[in-house]
Design a protein around this ligand. Structure first.
Ligand code: FNR
Length: 350
């Protein structure tokens, strides 16, 4: 397994067809899903030479917490569809470097639709950095209790998904989920009828609920799923601490910009007032370098983690991250940058 596409191929061959189609699909013509990856190829690099890169270092920080490299594990629902250990394997895979067996640290976003209890994931991921992804459920008490629980188990931020007022066309194909799938944090146990899940989410949500969430917690709030300067400015106005530029991996509205193409306008609009991250189509170290050159503080990966899980649980997740870390380091060295903060817009041409 030398590149993320090796993991993708393995996952395609080994997962059940239901699981593979749930993980791999995108909305509509899949124009946006495909473009998330293709768009990276339209940016080229302008490397600088003779800059002593002998001590290149991928470390950085997000919302004040140090991470060993700026590639984080984004939220994807239902890790137990990929591996029996589910989110526990993901959390463990992140904190362990599979080659040197040393511990390293990056961020994991756990989903509201986790198939493992938040408390167990927090323990398995220690001493890593974990954030909770939140939906505004029709049941506001449930929504509130997830926030309280995240605080209690030591999560460091709330990631509010704002591009999913309804679950998009790419939900699980069969009418009910496999019997071993349950959502302990939201009190749903298997076999779960898919419509039940759809009905949980409140599609009447507005910026008022962002204020509501901010009022409930002292944790920083990050909005996930912003694609325009207008919404980015609004997000800053409502006091959020971070924005994830994302089109949900091309699974919600087909035909929107690739995330890397939308990143620039969001970065310019927020003028450094909040941290901006991105997800969608990140598959190699040079993609990470390009996103950082565009102004992202860090990137998140979705599907590649599921491929890693399908390959070998925690070891697979660790390998996927390790490959991206090594590739990023190599891309930095060859571009003449030694520190993540030295990755600047001049590195990029469209
Ligand atoms: C997702 N994503 C997602 N996002 C979210 O906010 N809540 C969720 O429950 C999920 N679930 C989910 C399941 C699956 C199978 C996929 C592929 C994606 C979207 C995810 O966080 C992210 O935006 C994209 O996956 C990033 O794109 P890549 O890395 O998959 O190309």
């Amino acid at each position: 397994m030398f590149s993320l596409s090796d993991f993708e191929q393995f996952a395609q061959q080994s997962l059940s067809s239901d699981a593979w189609s749930y993980y791999s699909s995108g909305a509509g013509l899949q124009q946006t899903m495909k473009d998330n990856e293709a768009a990276f190829l339209r940016y080229r690099l302008r490397p600088r030479v003779l800059r002593d890169v002998s001590a290149a270092d991928t470390r950085t920080s997000i919302l004040g917490n140090t991470i060993d490299f700026p590639v984080c594990v984004g939220v994807t629902a239902m890790h137990k569809l990929a591996h029996d250990d589910g989110e526990l394997a993901t959390a463990r895979g992140i904190v362990m470097n599979q080659i040197t067996a040393t511990k390293y640290k990056t961020c994991m976003v756990l989903g509201s639709f986790s198939t493992t209890a938040m408390e167990e994931v927090a323990e398995a991921g220690s001493p890593g950095l974990q954030w909770l992804q939140l939906y505004i459920f029709r049941d506001r008490e449930l929504t509130r209790s997830l926030i309280t629980q995240a605080e209690r188990v030591g999560f460091k931020a709330i990631v509010l998904t704002v591009d999913q007022p309804v679950i998009g066309p790419d939900s699980y194909k069969s009418a009910s989920l496999p019997p071993h799938i349950s959502f302990p944090d939201i009190g749903l146990s298997g076999p779960i009828n898919k419509e039940k899940v759809r009905n949980l989410i409140d599609s009447s949500v507005t910026w008022e609920e962002v204020d509501w969430v901010k009022g409930l917690t002292k944790l920083p709030v990050v909005l996930k799923g912003i694609l325009t300067a207008e919404d980015a400015v609004e997000a800053v106005r409502h006091g959020v601490q971070g924005i994830i530029v994302s089109n949900h991996g091309g699974r919600q509205l087909d035909g929107v910009l690739a995330s890397i193409d939308a990143l620039g306008e969001v970065v310019r609009a927020v003028e450094g007032r909040v941290e901006v991250y991105m997800d969608g189509g990140v598959r190699r170290g040079t993609d990470v370098l390009k996103a950082l050159a565009m102004g992202a503080r860090a990137v998140f990966i979705g599907r590649p983690v599921l491929w890693g899980l399908a390959y070998k649980g925690q070891e697979g997740v660790g390998r996927v991250l390790e490959i991206l870390r090594e590739e990023l380091k190599s891309a930095m060295v060859l571009s003449g940058v030694s520190r993540v903060t030295d990755i600047k817009a001049e590195l990029l041409v469209h």
